[in-house]
Write a protein that binds this ligand. Structure first.
Ligand SMILES: [Zn+2]
Length: 249
């Protein structure tokens, strides 16, 4: 069994202080074989702002460069730890527009990442407008739907679950089972994930559709990391005959 955690944050996210090396070493110690670093697009942007402040220069329009620098750093770490763990270079994409507008800017290029995790698909103020197929095309890299109750979302848009999952599979869009349980989420598990991991009927729909899943702990503080939650979710999914995304790498 190859355990994958495709959702982890580092100090590139505004809501985590963890050094990327520490995040990776904690995952290695926890027996994780594939780890995806997925800092928030807007967190990377804030890191850029503090750097500009420090340097006394104005690079406020330099969004693209910041994404590239983050990618390059994770890429160096991928190489450094290659004999111990497989690191994937990901990004978590905010899509909600509001008072604090963190949504991915229209022209920001994220196509060079290994994958992205899209949040807010089911929110009324999301720039996805509930259309993950069009948005995945805009992202240009393998796309996953982060911490979303997809069965509830599918029902809310009047679609049929199997048909919708089948379409996701055809577009190579995966669905994240988020198994977080830490202080940044109030030590509350996601109900949809808890349900899916015990609901054979839902598992069967997903299996037959051919859609792939990811498992993510969504770590924001490594001292609260619980790799056993990743391992047990990966095991349930594999035993249900469902494929994980990025299997076999
Ligand atoms: Zn996250």
């Amino acid at each position: 069994m190859v355990f994958q955690d495709l959702h982890a944050h580092t100090y590139y996210s505004f809501d985590s202080d963890d050094r990327p090396e520490k995040v990776i070493e904690t995952a290695i110690a926890g027996g994780i074989k594939t780890l995806g670093i997925t800092d928030h697009n807007h967190g990377v942007g804030l890191a850029r702002k503090s750097l500009c402040y420090y340097k006394g220069t104005d690079l406020s329009t330099d969004y693209e460069q910041t994404l590239v620098r983050y990618f390059d750093h994770i890429n160096l770490l991928k190489d450094k730890y290659r004999n111990k763990i497989n690191i994937l270079r990901g990004i978590e994409v905010a899509t909600c527009v509001g008072k604090d507008n963190y949504a991915l800017p229209e022209n920001a290029d994220i196509s060079f990442f290994d994958y992205c995790l899209v949040e807010g698909l089911d929110k009324a103020n999301s720039i996805t407008k509930g259309d993950i197929f069009a948005f995945a095309k805009r992202c240009g890299c393998t796309t996953g739907i982060a911490h979303t109750d997809l069965f509830a979302f599918i029902k809310s848009i009047g679609e049929e679950p199997f048909r919708y999952f089948r379409k996701l599979a055809e577009h190579n869009i995966f669905w994240e089972i988020n198994v977080n349980l830490d202080s940044s989420h109030g030590f509350k598990a996601y109900d949809y994930a808890t349900e899916f991991l015990k609901n054979k009927e839902q598992q069967d729909v997903v299996k037959k559709s051919g859609v792939r899943l990811s498992v993510g702990f969504d770590s924001h503080a490594i001292r609260e990391y619980k790799p056993e939650r990743i391992k047990s979710a990966c095991t349930v999914i594999k035993n249900a005959g469902i494929h994980l995304v990025f299997e076999g790498i």
